[in-house]
Design a protein around this ligand. Structure first.
Ligand code: ZN
Length: 165
């Protein structure tokens, strides 16, 4: 187990592996770096992410549950930020469209409303992918951090060391 108090940094390979595993496409078995949990091909003996060799840090056959929990907490928060951005922008778009068409003659209304709705939808998607994504990244990191601290606390409690500081 990683003894550091910092939440481990997930490498892109570990991210991809967890994503597929949680979708049931991969079992939680393989060969993982004992330092950063990145999957290591059986033909290699160094981690492509942190560079540790398997003789330095023994590789793991399964990802620890704590790492999976941290990943889930992070992804959930990231998804929330993206969805929240999407629907907030869409709602604002609909309200603005409704206000604008109040000032237009009827047939223009229909055209303007359709157009404004389409534009809002595109804008929402765009902002969700940019703003929502970067907000989500920060939220996700914080959620992962919290989860990690919880797990460490739990582990210390169970190992009977008590909590210091
Ligand atoms: Zn590694």
């Amino acid at each position: 187990m990683n003894s550091s108090d910092q939440v481990p940094e997930f490498s892109p390979r570990l991210d991809a592996f967890l994503e597929e595993m949680l979708h049931g496409q991969l079992p939680n078995t393989g060969r993982f770096c004992g330092q950063c949990y990145t999957p290591i091909a059986s033909s290699r003996d160094t981690c492509s992410h942190c560079g540790r060799s398997t003789s330095e840090v023994a590789p793991l056959e399964h990802l620890p549950l704590s790492i999976i929990d941290v990943y889930i907490a992070r992804r959930r928060r990231e998804g929330l930020a993206v969805r929240l951005t999407f629907y907030t922008v869409l709602l604002i778009g609909i309200i603005v469209s409704a206000l604008v068409i109040g000032f237009l003659p009827f047939w223009w209304n229909v055209v303007a409303f359709t157009f404004a709705l389409g534009a809002s939808y595109l804008l929402s998607g765009n902002l969700a992918n940019t703003v929502g994504d970067s907000v989500g990244y920060r939220w996700g990191q914080r959620a992962a951090e919290r989860k990690w601290q919880q797990i460490l606390l739990e582990e210390r409690r169970q190992s009977g060391q008590g909590v210091q500081g």
